[in-house]
Design a protein around this ligand. Structure first.
Ligand code: TPP
Length: 190
């Protein structure tokens, strides 16, 4: 399977209903392998980058993009898409690899990572990259944004889900816990 032939899910039928557990496991494992491969290549092109973070996050990113997330590769702004928020902006190298694996950006574009005029800056920026929902360079804000988006979507009656990728360092930040506590108080009110 190439990156551009990755299955795009649009909420018509959950992947879990279409494939056996073994098939899904193999698919996620293969995607994780390619994400690691992409990240290593990107680190080599630039001679720098958070390659270790990409290698560590590859399995999670693969599970999200190859098995769980509902999205349209040719329409990254599709209103009913599930949202994946990368608050750890320095993990962008891994996220770009996952976006390429998902067919949202071309694999060849990964070679531009970190270059002037590239859509793939060293830290994740929502205005630069298709499928990058937030700019996450300043750690500790992702969950607050995720809670706001989730509440907004719920208010609109949307079935879209919101995922937030958090680092252990972010779990030490007060803003993260304030967001978690805000969700518990607003959940019953909406
Ligand atoms: C608010 C904020 N403070 C400091 C930094 C600088 N910074 C970038 S990466 C990093 C380490 C992050 O550690 P962690 O979030 O646990 O991620 P990991 O160790 O998995 O890379 C820091 C302190 C930042 N980006 N944002």
């Amino acid at each position: 399977m190439t990156a551009t032939s990755s299955v795009t899910r649009d909420g018509q039928a959950p992947a879990q209903q279409r494939a056996s557990f073994d098939e899904r496991t193999l698919k996620v494992g293969a995607a994780a392998y390619r994400i690691r491969h992409h990240a290593l290549n990107m680190g080599e092109v630039q001679g720098q980058g958070y390659v270790g973070q990409a290698l560590g996050a590859a399995d999670m990113l693969a599970a999200v993009y190859a098995d769980q997330l509902r999205f349209r590769a040719d329409d990254p702004d599709w209103g009913e898409r599930d949202r994946f928020l990368l608050s750890t902006g320095h993990y962008a190298i891994g996220h770009y690899a996952a976006l390429a694996e998902a067919g949202i950006i071309p694999v060849e574009e990964l070679d531009t990572y970190g270059s002037d005029d590239s859509r793939l800056p060293m830290s994740g920026m929502s205005t630069y990259t298709p499928g990058m929902e937030i700019s996450g360079g300043s750690l500790g804000h992702g969950l607050s944004i995720a809670v706001g988006i989730a509440l907004g979507l719920r208010h609109q009656g949307s079935a879209a889900r919101v995922y937030n990728f958090l680092s252990d360092g972010e779990l030490d930040e007060g803003s993260t816990w304030e967001a978690a506590m805000a969700l518990t108080t607003t959940s019953s009110a909406t």
